[in-house]
Each structure stands twice: as structure tokens, then as C-alpha cells.
Ligand binder design. Sequence first.
Ligand SMILES: [Zn+2]
Length: 570
Amino acid sequence: MVQTTRRRLIPALLLLWALPAGAQRVVVVSFDGLGAETFFDDPVAAELTVLKETARRGAASRGVQPAFPSTTANSHAALWTGCYGDVNHITANSPPVLPRSEHTFLERGNGFRAEQLAAETFWVAAARAGVPAVAHQPTQGYPFTRFNAAPGAVVVNGYQTRLLAPHALWTPAAGKRMPDGSYLFEHGPASFRVIPGKKSVRVALSSGRQAVDVPYAPEESEPPRKRDLARRFSAPILLESPAPAAIYFRLFGLSENSFRLYVTPWHELGSSVPLDRIFREAGGFIGNGPTALLDRKLISETEYLEAMELVIRQMTRHATWLQKKFQPRLMQSYLPFPDEIDHMWLPAARSGEGQAREWRRWGYIAIDRGAAEFAKLAGDRNKDHLLWVSDHGMAAVSKSVPVSDMLKQAGLDSKAAYLYHSILVNTADWKQGAVPLSERAKVVEEARRALSAAEGITSFFTPEQDGERFGIGGPAGGDLYFDFAPGYGPAARGGGRGMGDERPRGVHGFLPARRDMQAICIAAGPRIRAGVEWPEFRIIDIAPMIAELAGFPAPPTFRGRSPLAIASKP
Ligand SMILES: [Zn+2]
């Protein structure tokens, strides 16, 4: 939802935002789930030609320590704020809700949203210092607060706004047959008529005059090395109310009596300033790939990959449009890949399963094409700095440990709850808290003993002993953290499958010091010495480096240290 209260400020700000001639730009793009282990050691990384080239002409860290747990919302929050969850209060994808006195220890919030974010993001720090910034699809980018939005910083987020209609696959059976032979489909508050033809279908928005022809084309058989991404998708249809959007169609199947028509979701695009023409000029925002359709076997893997190409193409088009319109000196953008495909295919691909390896390779080729577009945002190599970063890696897991059940069996379920990779004690500072603060250590010890008995849990960490290293604890943090043996992971919430073997899946969240959980940081530009391999550093060290490169003072909440000292030219 556009914040209309900011509307009046815009003309004056736009004048201030023009990029001075000769000014340098810093571009930061996060690839969700791209681990250092994958980047350095996995054969699929040969497809990441743009990132490899940046590493050759710049520097790459051997590995970046994410947050603990090594999950998306809190690791990105640490990347943006230069501090971990003990300070910024984004401690997990579903963190406990603050303040403690008003919420029980069992309540969970949405860590991807901004309500609980308690420290300034780097684009706000930049804007405050007069460095115009664009934050494109960051986590914690919505709703707008003083920590994620400020005059001079344009913030765009379509992941935490209203979802009016999800990815859909339309077939005659899913629609309503009309007397004239067309089919009626609802997509959120809009309805569409699909008129089947011999070689295409015509899709018409029921209100207004918009319609688009969607020709049938067989599924792509060649990975997108040279061809256009998502080239067999239709032109967009523009939707206006209740939230402007542009949606696309892809006709995967057509026969005399049937069709299979994929439709992209209808998301609201949240923005801290009006973006009036973005959909008309740059097309739609898709968000994530259609994994739910793939899980339900409504689409095939290659059809999923075509949709993934569209997600990437549109993310780079929006980023390019935003940069052109606002001319920021600090530009941040994001891709939800390879996280999504590595959850599905990393284990099978690494164990040599041919099909999974090829699907995954296809996905990485598409990511590389996206990187090539993002790299153009830092087009002047003599002035601009380009940073490729990520939030965590990925590991193959085939055995699960039922942590919640084990706490229950130990009689601890009213005293301690399982938080992802940690235990939260129901201390008296929580609403209806049952454990006096003086007994907290005893409950932590009981939980440790109960979990020590589990096959697959290997090591324990506490805020007291390891808080400095991992940024664990704090008001929204756990009391006892733990890690799993290789191949083991936590059972899904409420999942009672116990310790059985499962089909391996890609999982993250583990100890951030683990090689398979480490993230990436690759940088190039005039102040980065070429060909350097940086040592391991922490994800909170990246925001201070961005401050240094873009030339704004690091706020005191930036707890990390810029690695530039070892990387800058003498
Ligand atoms: Zn992630």
C-alpha cells in the first residue's frame, strides 16, 4: 500500500535525489540461500559466471557467518542492520513477540515484517546522511517504520503486503463453463474469461476492455543461457483495484477440449513513495516461484523453471526501473533464489541424481542471467561498487529430531518451548510466565539434559557464553541454542514422524559457523583490491563496509567491523 501521507514531500525530495555527475554508486544484491560452500565447491557454481567474474576483479570472503539460527528473516535483518537479533530483535523467521510482559512465551510473530525491527537499516542510515538510497524487496521492508524508511530512502516491498491471489493453474475443470464456450475464472477480486482457440487462448478481464492472446508453446527444452528469460509468457494484464499489479499468463497445454493456463499471483506492492507507472513501464512483481503448484503436481519441474525465470526477469526490471527513476547512490535488491530450488534439489543434485542436477543447473543459469542485469546497475567500474551477498547456505537433511516431543517427554512443556534451533524458557518476565527468574538456569539445564539424549543433537550454546560470537539471546532470543549432526534436522512443527529416514531435503538454520551454513560476500569496485580472498567474517560486518564505501557514518547499532581494512587498496 502506498503511503499517501508522504505524497506531498515527493517533488522537493526528487530534486535532492539527482545523482551528482561523477558520483559513485554502491549496489548490493542478496541471493537468498546462496552458500559459500556452493559458491566455492559445488560444480553448479560454474554457471554463476557473473559472480565469479566479480570475485576475480574484486574480492570474495571465504565464508560469511549468518545469524543463529541461519534462517532468512533474521540473517537478512543482521545484514541490513549490522547487528544480530540480540540487538535488532529479529531473532528468527517466527520470533517471540515483544514486549515480554504483554505476550506469552508461546506467541510468535512474523520476522519478515518490520514491526519488531529495533535497529536502523543501512539505507536509512545512508539517507539520514544525505546519501539517497533505494531498498528493493528487503525483508523487514514493510510496514514502514523509522528503522526501515526515511526521507531520501525509497523502500519497496511486495512480500509482506496483501496477497490478493496466489499462483494458479487454470484448466476447464477449475473454471466455470459459460454458454458461449468460454470459461470464467476468479483471481482474487478480479474475474477473467478464457476463450479457447486452436493455437492460443484469449484471456479477457471481465471488467474493462483489457485482453491478451496467449499462444500455446511447448515447454522450454533449453536452459536460458542465451535466449530471453520467460520468453513464452504473455504480455501482462494490468490490474488497478484494490491494488495495482500486472499479471502474466503461460499456456502450458492446449488440446481440442482442454488447456493448462498458468497465472501469476496478484500481490500488492508496498512502497514508501508513489510508483505510479512501474507496472506499465516495467511490468509485474511475481515474488516467489510457484512451488505450491509443483508440490501438488499441477505443473512440472521445467514449467516451474520457466516461472522462476519470470520471477528473476521481473525483479531485475523493477530494480532497473527504480534505479533509473530515483538515481540512488545506494541501491539494494534481492532474489529469492537459489533458496527455493536448493530446498528442493540440492540433496539429489549433489548425490548425482541426473534430473535434479539438470533442473538445478537450469535454475543457476537463470540466476546468472539475473545477476548480469543487476550488474548493469553498477555499470561504471571505475566508480561504482558492486556487492553480491546472501543470508545463509543449505544442507541435505534426511533425519529429523522431534525436539518439542522430547521437551514434553521430559515434563518441560509448560516451562520451555522449542523455538527454531533454540529453547525459550517460560520465565516470569513473559505474560503468565511460570518459571521464576531464579530458576531459569535450572530449566535450561533440564532442557539440555533432555536434548543431549537425542540422537542427532550434538552441541549447545548459551547467550551467556556465546552471545558475543553469535548475537544470540536478548529480549526476543532463546535461552539455550543447539546444533544437529550432519544429515539431521528439526522435525516440522507438530510433526510426529520421529527419527525415521526421509527423502533428503535442503534445510538451513544450523550453527552459522558450519561451512554449509556460511553465506557469501563478493565485492568489486575501485576501493577493493583485485583477486583477494577475504577471510571469514560475520554478516554484521557487511553494513559497516557499505557505510564505508557509500560514505556515510555507521550508526552505533552497527556492531560489525568493515572488512575493507584488509581489502582496500593501499
Ligand atoms: Zn534465506
